[in-house]
Design a protein around this ligand. Structure first.
Ligand code: HT7
Ligand code: ZN
Length: 886
């Protein structure tokens, strides 16, 4: 497989103005006839290049140019390219191919699922449907006619507007669709299936009516209402916040159970993984409801950020993904609690993106090269990309950001552009120079930010010194790297507040600015542009407790030596809720990491009473904001904590973290029970943020109580499991019991499966709760579940639920004897033969193997080498494993 480099981009030699497709679904095969109107690209190199098209798994039946069939000498064909050496400058290319979607287990291109046929064309799936120059900078108008058996495939859909349909005899029917918008082929979609539909409508701010339709597996209409509601809220929000109106007459969502990722923003015909559409109170958790909100909104927002303005090449992926994640985050913050939304985002960033940026797959938000583009749909491109957009907003301000968005659309509507074009619009609209800022797009790795402060009582000033580096510490060994011309500083927005003795915000007047600049503001955004800079705050009557990086103003690792007392002060008082939460996380991390070190050398862990007191205060005030309290009481996860260790001892880390949980439960049992009881809801289930917040808090309390392994705690969990009227509470009770080796666990797991075995998405929960268990026999259980009728290696949701969850089970996957590594590597090898994309995603669980002790490293490298040497391994898995072994 070839490595593709960003610098090698050249404009396409030919453009495709229009595409006419005829797709015939016959028994055992699908025939695709295509007519492309092509012409030479005036922007391409002067030297006439041949016409080259991409294809994969196509059986070519016929080829013609301007109606004349091509002879054997007129073209060259390999399994992946069709080359026509001397084409006219403008031509009609007609092709007919046979494809085999029934045997397409990769779920890319056209494939069969339970209820019919579906497509997934991003990134390069269109080439599996017909010969085509499969790249995002070719935008074409599409007309599609589908022909199929009416009884088995009654629903025939494609992008755009219906342009006719009818019967054609022999029990077959046809439907024609026309998309009025030019689009890149990765946004192409069609569906031929048996589905039920829920229809609704949306009237845009200018009074246009958009017909909405959500198509789902027959019998699931009672699980669609939330997705339709989310779509309508997203449409309204985009009008209100960004002035962006829906440009379509028809907006369709189709849910399918076999899907590699979350959802796909095909123009006017989104295809969704069922797990981001279907929800009913008794089958979906609050987290599921919130994820549906976010994913439905995300795909809808792509209609402007991605579809109307798309990417010039796949290196620019974050242009659409980072920006659209930022937009869906803002939507989430407006729909739910802003603070809790931000906390959850940062928790996810630290659990996924920070390790990615420190591991073998580290890459810039705009990567420099790739072998398989599907491997670069990463947390860096999506989540760090969103942080980069958020930093631009923080630096230039909300209003200028909105002007920047307007300018971006004014300049680039209908074009395929680059991240530079986006930043240029933001810089031009705001007048802020973002040249240095662009380093965030091009440099991998999480910057470290060191801060120190000094209060001068006489001068009444507080001097804050900030310094940055990509290296974790400026030791002699890396001093040379620090001098390298490549090591240039980032432009980092650092949001700062100063806390007084009673928790009040102190004035933020910076020396040399005059008093007006800082008065009345409780947070100021400092621009750190040098390796080291000092900021002097004036007119401070007493020493402040500094609150740094408020609202997580930059994706960096912050180092500041707050005392435990100062952290407790911030946890109790900071006016920035994110930093209140952050202070608690820092306190907990400190204790857990110290305890892990103690435990690994056989010393007992030490737990101070002060931590319990802080937790008690959180419980006492939990009613003020239950969702926040739930987050504040949740300790940092093992993967996040492991990043802070030089050599990870997963058992000691696991025991330390759970030891602290048990200590809190032992000390605060009554308070936890009281909090659990007082936040009970008598009303029937509602997915509102307030009700969800109360459930989250109660379920955190329940999970702490579960650490006691007492009869009372087990009975409490069992009662909740049996009496819950909603999946949030039922599943939380099951998850608590699943960590405890008791009879109730066995009963609850059995009854859960018995009740829900016909609901695929609930069965996924049943698989994942077992794979996530800390009990020592988890690997054996997971092995057993591979053989269970509930599991299917062909279905990505099942693979993610069982195998990916196991890979994220820190203590069990990283078992000292290497059993977890060998198991997962074997499964990846098996899966690779069916679905390389999903296999490659699973292989990412090995990313951090070098952080573990020598014996574990040996086992991991042995498992990886074996996987790497498998005959016929896909380029997808080869790229991931190869980088891990480098
Ligand atoms: N833009 C979509 C990406 C996607 C995808 C990529 C590769 C393979 C399968 C895929 N399914 C969806 C989803 C999104 O970010 O909105
Ligand atoms: Zn997206």
């Amino acid at each position: 497989a070839q490595r593709i480099h960003r610098q090698d981009y050249t404009p396409p030699p030919f453009l495709v103005d229009s595409v006419e497709l005829d797709v015939h679904f016959n028994a055992g095969e699908v025939l695709v006839s295509s007519q492309l109107q092509l012409r030479r690209n005036p922007a391409a190199a002067a030297q006439p290049a041949p016409l080259q098209l991409d294809g994969q798994g196509l059986e070519t039946i016929s080829l013609a140019i301007d109606g004349t069939p091509l002879g054997a000498d007129d073209y060259r064909c390999t399994s992946s390219t069709l080359t026509i050496d001397n084409p006219p400058d403008a031509l009609t290319l007609t092709t007919q191919v046979r494809i085999d979607p029934d045997n397409n287990s990769s779920l890319s291109g056209l494939y069969r699922s339970k209820d019919g046929y579906f497509t997934q064309c991003e990134a390069q799936g269109f080439r599996r449907i017909t010969w085509f120059p499969d790249r995002p900078d070719i935008m074409s108008r599409y007309q599609v006619t589908l022909h199929a058996d009416k009884a088995s495939l009654p629903v025939l859909l494609a992008n755009g507007n219906p342009a006719g349909s009818g019967d054609q005899g022999n029990g077959r029917h046809w439907a024609k669709w026309e998309d009025p918008f030019a689009k890149p082929c990765y946004l192409f979609a069609l569906v031929a299936a048996r589905l039920d539909v829920l229809r609704d409508e949306f009237t845009t701010s200018s009074g246009r009516s958009v017909q909405l339709a959500v198509f789902v597996e027959p019998g699931k209409l009672d699980q669609c209402a939330h997705a339709v509601d989310a779509l309508q809220r997203a449409m309204r929000w985009d009008e209100e916040v960004f002035g962006l109106e829906c440009d379509l007459d028809h907006y369709m969502i189709v849910a399918v159970g076999d899907f590699n990722m979350g959802a796909m923003e095909n123009k006017g015909l989104n295809v969704f993984n069922t797990k981001y559409v279907l929800a009913r109170a008794d089958t979906a958790t609050d987290a599921d409801y919130q994820n549906i909100d976010r994913v439905v909104a995300h795909e809808y927002f792509h209609n402007w950020t991605g579809n109307r303005v798309t990417c010039r090449d796949w290196f620019q992926l974050s242009l659409k993904e980072g920006l659209t994640v930022y937009r869906d985050q803002e939507f989430g913050a407006d729909m739910h609690s802003r603070a809790v939304t931000r906390i959850r985002e940062v928790r996810a960033l630290r659990a996924m993106q920070f390790p990615e940026d420190a591991g073998p797959m580290a890459h810039p938000v705009r990567p420099d090269s790739y072998i398989e583009i599907n491997n670069f749909y990463t947390s860096t491109v999506y989540d760090k990309g969103a942080e980069v957009v958020r930093m631009i907003e923080t630096l230039i301000g909300k209003e200028a950001f909105r002007r920047g968005m307007d300018l971006y659309f004014e300049r680039h509507d209908g074009q395929a552009v680059t991240c530079d074009d986006f930043v240029a619009a933001m810089a031009d609209a705001s007048g802020v120079d973002l040249t240095q800022f662009k380093r965030w797009y091009d440099q991998a790795g999480t910057p470290h930010l060191w801060a120190s402060g000094h209060y001068d009582e006489q001068a009444r000033t507080y001097t804050l010194t900030l310094s940055q580096s990509l290296l974790a510490s400026a030791t002699a060994a890396n001093a040379e790297a620090l001098q390298s011309p490549l090591h240039t500083p980032f432009h980092i927005p650092v949001a700062v507040g100063l806390n007084g003795a009673h928790g009040e915000d102190m004035p933020l007047m910076i020396a040399g600015e005059g008093s007006a600049a800082g008065s009345g503001r409780t947070t100021r955004v400092l621009s750190l542009t040098e390796f080291e800079q000092q900021f002097v705050f004036e007119e401070l009557p007493a020493a402040p407790v500094v609150s740094l990086l408020r609202d997580f103003s930059a994706p960096v690792i912050l180092d500041f030596s707050w005392s435990d007392e100062e952290l407790a002060h911030l946890l109790a008082h900071d006016s920035d809720p994110f930093n209140r939460w952050e202070a608690g996380q820092r306190l907990a991390s400190r204790l857990i990491l110290a305890a892990a070190e103690d435990l690994s050398v056989g010393r007992p862990a030490y737990w101070p009473q002060s931590f319990v007191e802080a937790a008690a205060r959180l419980l006492e005030h939990a009613s003020d904001d239950p969702a926040f309290a739930a987050e504040a009481l949740t300790l940092p996860g093992e993967a996040t904590l492991a990043e802070e260790m030089t050599v990870v001892d997963p058992s000691a880390l696991h025991d330390a973290r759970n030891g602290l949980r048990r200590f809190v439960a032992e000390q605060l049992g009554n308070a936890l029970l009281h909090c659990y009881t007082t936040h009970a809801d008598d009303a029937p289930y509602q997915a509102t943020p307030a009700a969800a917040g109360r459930r989250a808090l109660r379920n955190v309390c329940l999970s702490y109580l579960g650490e006691l392994h007492s009869d009372e705690a087990r009975a409490l969990a069992m009662r909740q499991f049996e009496s819950a009227d909603n999946m949030t509470d039922q599943f939380a009770a099951l998850a608590t019991l699943a960590q405890d080796d008791c009879q109730e666990r066995v009963l609850a797991l059995a009854s859960f499966y018995e009740r829900w075995h016909d609901e695929a998405l609930v069965v996924d929960k049943w698989l994942s709760v077992q794979a996530a268990s800390r009990l020592p026999d988890t690997l054996a259980v997971v092995r057993g579940l591979l053989e269970h009728p509930a599991f299917d290696l062909r279905n990505p949701n099942k693979v993610y639920a069982l195998l990916n969850t196991f890979g994220n089970n820190h203590v069990r996957f990283h078992a000292a004897d290497g059993s977890g590594y060998h198991f997962l590597a074997t499964q990846i090898g098996e899966l690779d033969r069916l679905n390389p994309q999903v296999a490659a995603r699973l292989a990412r669980r090995f990313d951090r193997w070098r952080k573990f002790d020598e014996p574990r490293q040996q086992q991991a490298s042995f498992a990886l080498e074996k996987l790497h040497s498998l005959a016929g391994l896909s380029p997808d898995v080869r790229e991931i494993v190869g980088r891990a072994l480098e």
